[in-house]
Design a protein around this ligand. Structure first.
Ligand code: GRG
Length: 295
């Protein structure tokens, strides 16, 4: 698949995800209107939608016959919640997200906390209600996402990150944080794609491995972009990691070594992908695209 065909397919999948998000989110004029307007503000701000696309494309490549879009929307709701809460003054204290004022700036802190809570809950409501058939599917999806989002993974990674704030984290500590904050949700996406296609536990585990490698590559590139790209390119405050003395791969090992790290994890994901899916053209092209991204 060439880059133009990949980009067209990526756009089409993103649009389908956007439409599904619009369908799943409460209308902005439904009471309580401020809260629902805030939910839509956070989700419709136009993130890259990489996680839901990944989920849909793994499900499609494995021949899933159930619709992956509700699960994709659930993952994006959960991801959006984590960003809203991460931006709060008690956490990263960021003013800008996805190119516009962070939720607590556009609304207020209490609304941002509640919007995050509601998005997290909505993710599981979608999974629990949209997949009645075959029996057991909803439970597997809920378990996969809950495991990735809980205190051993995403929330735990955030807690570990906050705990080392102001100190220099070791390479091992940073790896443990990134695996939880970023890798866990990518791994849940690839595994949920496989679950939708009826994959058995060993295959699900292999897909988790692909997701973790992809998440590690994605985080390395994210750290490079934070150090090198402008706010217009990333939609976030430029150089914020360095300003806040954040523990990042770039701070630990420099830009070039972090780029090499991204390359290593991308190649590892590709190797796994070749074993699992010899014809996974879109996913292979997605690996290259993610490594070369500028925002
Ligand atoms: C508050 C429970 C809780 C968790 C926060 C996601 C997160 C954990 C923190 C955000 C900061 C950060 C650098 C996380 C690593 C993952 C990451 C790079 C998130 C940004 O993902 P993108 O670039 O965002 O895919 P868009 O806006 O494109 O969806």
């Amino acid at each position: 698949m060439d880059r133009a065909a990949f980009l067209a397919e990526l756009d089409a999948c993103r649009e389908a995800v956007e439409a599904e998000l619009r369908r799943q989110l409460p209308a902005a004029d439904e009471a309580p209107t401020d809260l629902h307007a805030a939910l839509r503000y956070c989700v419709e701000a136009g993130g890259k939608r990489l996680r839901p696309v990944l989920l849909c494309k793994v499900a499609g490549a494995l021949g899933a016959t159930v619709d992956p879009l509700p699960a994709a929307a659930a993952v994006e709701c959960l991801h959006s919640y984590s960003l809203v809460h991460d931006d709060l003054p008690a956490m990263d204290n960021s003013d800008l997200r996805r190119g516009r004022p962070a939720c607590h700036r556009a609304y207020d802190e209490a609304t941002a906390i509640l919007a995050g809570d509601a998005l997290l809950t909505l993710a599981f409501e979608i999974l629990a209600t949209e997949y009645p058939d075959p029996p057991g599917l909803a439970g597997l999806l809920v378990a996969e996402l809950a495991t990735a989002a809980g205190s051993r993974q995403l929330v735990g990674g955030q807690a570990m990150d906050l705990a080392v704030n102001g100190q220099v984290a070791s390479a091992a500590e940073l790896a443990a944080i990134n695996e939880r904050k970023t890798g866990a949700l990518f791994a849940a996406c690839t595994a949920m794609g496989a679950i939708l296609a009826g994959a058995a536990p060993p295959q699900r585990e292999s897909w988790r491995t692909v997701g973790h490698e992809l998440g590690a590559a994605f985080q390395a590139i994210d750290d490079v972009l934070d150090a090198t790209a402008s706010a217009e390119e990333t939609g976030k405050t430029a150089g914020q990691d360095a300003t806040n003395l954040k523990n990042t791969l770039v701070a630990l090992e420099g830009v070039e070594a972090t780029r090499r790290r991204a390359h290593h994890h991308t190649e590892e994901a590709r190797r796994q992908l070749d074993l699992l899916l010899p014809d996974g053209d879109f996913l292979r092209e997605m690996l290259a695209y993610l490594r070369e991204r500028t925002h």
